[in-house]
Design a protein around this ligand. Structure first.
Ligand SMILES: C[C@@]1(CC(=O)O)c2cc3[nH]c(cc4nc(cc5[nH]c(cc(n2)[C@H]1CCC(=O)O)[C@@](C)(CC(=O)O)[C@@H]5CCC(=O)O)C(CC(=O)O)=C4CCC(=O)O)c(CCC(=O)O)c3CC(=O)O
Ligand SMILES: NC(=O)C1=CN([C@@H]2O[C@H](COP(=O)(O)OP(=O)(O)OC[C@H]3O[C@@H](n4cnc5c(N)ncnc54)[C@H](O)[C@@H]3O)[C@@H](O)[C@H]2O)C=CC1
Length: 214
């Protein structure tokens, strides 16, 4: 089945997780990481969920699921150990056009959770479309081993430098070429960073050339 890959902005969006056990816990954690506004509905749950609720990171309604819980939600996760409850949650969400993920029930999922490798703002998400979550997990570990621990910091510095280049040069082939060159070099946040110096020299050269051409 063809799946459409995307990275959602969930900050400030209301997301419902039904269930607070081991499986729901991991689903909740990834929603919190994306700054979603999480509501959990479950009569009992893991200590970590308790802690998040106590810290105000999420809202926990300690009771069984009720149909009205899905109202106004952007995303819904059905993560209880009761298949019939998960199915009801999925049906109620879909009735209102809300995307749902139901653990253990691929036909009831509008989207799947991927395996994710993270280094700061760099996120590599792996999907096998439900064919083999174990393979997704193994590939995640292999890719994780290939990436340096400081890739996130490097990406931050690269992003800053890219914004500087974009502010100085107009859209065009030369800017694109320079941005391609920069990714092959180490970039740091410091003013003496050789890549930053190279970028500044290139910007000056391109600007002079443009002036001379006028
Ligand atoms: C369809 C999907 C729906 C969804 O959950 O979104 C789904 C469904 C099911 N998973 C099952 C089993 C396992 N799931 C894992 C692990 C993960 N499962 C994840 C996602 C997905 N799982 C979605 C598809 C993603 C894709 O294929 O790309 C990951 C990637 C992300 C996450 O969960 O956050 C996370 C790895 C995270 C990481 O470590 O990187 C393991 C490994 C283990 O536990 O050791 C096993 C046992 C080994 C095996 O089965 O391969 C079962 C049978 C349950 C049973 O037997 O009762 C079903 C139901 C079915 O297949 O019918
Ligand atoms: N544990 C695992 O490794 C895996 C588990 N699964 C499946 O995921 C499901 C959940 O597993 P766990 O989180 O380990 O279960 P769990 O037993 O730890 O948690 C179940 C949760 O569901 C909640 N719940 C039960 N009835 C409810 C209702 N009517 N309304 C709202 N909440 C309700 C409970 O309060 C509890 O928080 C199971 O069906 C399991 O088969 C799937 C893949 C792997």
């Amino acid at each position: 089945m063809g799946l459409f890959p995307m990275f959602l902005k969930l900050a400030g969006r209301r997301c419902l997780v039904v269930g607070a056990g081991g499986i729901a816990e991991s689903k909740i954690e990834s929603l919190l990481r994306a700054d979603a506004e999480v509501t959990v509905v479950a009569p009992y749950g893991k200590p970590s969920v308790e802690q998040w609720a106590a810290q105000g990171a999420l809202r926990w309604k300690r009771r069984s699921f009720e149909t009205a819980d899905v109202k106004g939600m952007f995303l819904v996760i059905a993560g209880t150990d009761q298949q019939s409850v998960n199915h009801t949650v999925a049906v109620q969400a879909r009735k209102r056009g809300i995307m749902v993920n139901s653990v253990d029930d691929p036909p009831d999922c509008d989207f799947y959770y991927p395996s994710v490798v993270r280094r700061g703002d760099l996120e590599i998400a792996i999907s096998t479309a439900g064919q083999s979550p174990a393979l997704a997990q193994q590939l995640r570990k292999r890719i994780d081993g290939m990436l340096d621990a400081d890739t996130g910091q490097w990406l931050d510095a690269l992003g800053n430098l890219r914004r500087e280049v974009m502010a100085e040069l107009p859209l065009g082939e030369e800017r694109k070429e320079l941005l391609h060159k920069l990714i092959f070099r180490e970039v740091c946040g410091e003013a003496f960073c050789p890549s930053r110096r190279m970028a500044q020299e290139e910007i000056a050269r391109i600007k002079t050339q443009a002036k001379e051409a006028r």
